[in-house]
Design a protein around this ligand. Structure first.
Ligand code: C5P
Ligand code: MG
Length: 162
């Protein structure tokens, strides 16, 4: 019998909040006064999950695969980059078992968007939504996240080598 080859991976990201920007989390646009700022759509959650997948497969990080300077990915949604990463992980011989994640954002409240975000991520990941968890936390009004200047996301994934 082949021994079970499981790989775990950790991802983290942060982006500033700014006026006039959309708040996109896991490919879902959440109504908000402020949105996430960055070179891309600044989807902090998709970025954290992308890094977690790459980490689990020991395939570098998001900046290595999708550099800011690469015209091929200019204007691409982060959820598309996540989907591309999933294909890369598959080619490397891995299957995704589950994803857990946390978005840390002071406001708005995100819990009503949990299901659409899980469904959007599950589509990009090619797994059932019951295998995709998204949690939300404030930063208790302290630090840059707590003061409403930025958001963070953390993700952990489990892969099985086929
Ligand atoms: O950060 P705190 O522990 O106070 O968060 C309590 C709950 O509020 C979380 O478990 C989550 O369900 C919800 N929450 C949310 N949107 C946020 C932050 C927290 O829906 N931006
Ligand atoms: Mg990012």
């Amino acid at each position: 019998m082949t021994p079970l080859d499981l790989r775990t991976g950790l991802g983290w990201d942060t982006h500033r909040l700014a006026a006039g920007r959309p708040l996109i989390l896991g490919g879902v646009t959440v109504p908000s006064e402020l949105g996430l700022d960055g070179h891309s759509d600044a989807d902090v959650l998709s970025h954290a999950i992308t890094d977690a997948l790459l980490g689990a497969a020991a395939q570098g990080d998001i900046g290595m695969h999708f550099p800011d300077t690469d015209a091929a990915w200019k204007g691409a949604d982060s959820i598309q980059l996540l989907h591309h990463t999933v294909q890369l992980i598959r080619v490397a011989g891995f299957q995704i078992l589950n994803v857990d994640s946390t978005v840390i954002l002071e406001r708005p409240k995100l819990k009503d968007f949990r299901m659409p975000i899980r469904q959007s991520l599950a589509r990009a990941l090619g797994i059932d939504e019951t295998c995709v968890s998204v949690k939300f936390k404030t930063h208790e009004r302290v630090g840059p996240v707590g003061e409403g200047l930025s958001a963070e996301a953390q993700a952990i994934v489990l892969l099985a080598r086929l």
